[in-house]
Write a protein that binds this ligand. Structure first.
Ligand code: GRF
Length: 203
């Protein structure tokens, strides 16, 4: 399955997907990386892997809607079967969801519905939780509110600050994302209400 990755940051989740696709049995192939930030580290991983890149910067557009439409048009160029948002720090709007809703995954560094938004790690730490984690979910019109595909727990350790906790979460998050993008690429997904069914049941 053809996968387009949206990333705004360092791109370690993208790098994990690029490593996984070295195995031809993995089933997913990152065909392009699209970012809102021309300096994103994710672009370096894409270039090193010979994967197409595109930058769609909000500042180049008169409105969020125009940017959102341009983003959807850019992703469409690559004939994505699925879109994976990995550290993409923009909200995907109506145009994008019309084209790719139901087949766009996001990874979030907290156990949704707890601690949604751009500071999930910091918010969990500030709340004093003992267990946090990460969530792979489908994008919907809300912020981190779409149907959940998979989750993994990560313990908060004494002395953790946001960077140490986020790094520990990211190690688990990368593995979870690689596992479920592969399963979905190989077996597809369907959504019944808030339940996501991945892959065809083993006959
Ligand atoms: C990930 O933890 C993601 O969940 C969060 O930002 C981080 C991106 O990391 N939104 P990277 O850019 O994939 O290294």
């Amino acid at each position: 399955a053809r996968v387009v990755v949206l990333a705004s940051g360092a791109g370690s989740n993208l790098a994990a997907l690029l490593d996984a696709q070295a195995d031809p049995a993995y089933g997913a192939r990152v065909v392009a990386v699209v970012t809102d930030k021309p300096g994103a580290g994710a672009l370096d991983h894409a270039r090193a892997a010979g994967v197409a890149c595109a930058v769609v910067e909000p500042s180049d557009f008169a409105s969020r809607e125009d940017w959102d439409r341009a983003l959807a048009e850019t992703v469409a160029v690559f004939h994505a079967d699925y879109v994976v948002s990995a550290g993409f720090m923009r909200i995907l709007g109506r145009s994008f969801l019309t084209s790719f809703g139901g087949r766009t995954l996001n990874t979030h560094p907290a156990l949704l519905p707890a601690f949604p938004g751009a500071h999930g790690v910091r918010d969990a730490l500030a709340h004093g939780v003992r267990i946090t984690g990460c969530t792979v979910h489908l994008i919907d019109e809300g912020v981190d509110t779409g149907p959940i595909v998979a989750q993994a727990a990560v313990a908060v350790e004494d002395g953790d600050d946001e960077p140490t906790l986020h790094e520990r979460i990211k190690a688990v998050e990368r593995a979870l994302l690689v596992e479920w993008v592969g399963k979905i690429a190989r077996g597809g997904l369907s959504v019944e209400g808030r339940r996501v069914v991945v892959g065809t049941p083993e006959v």
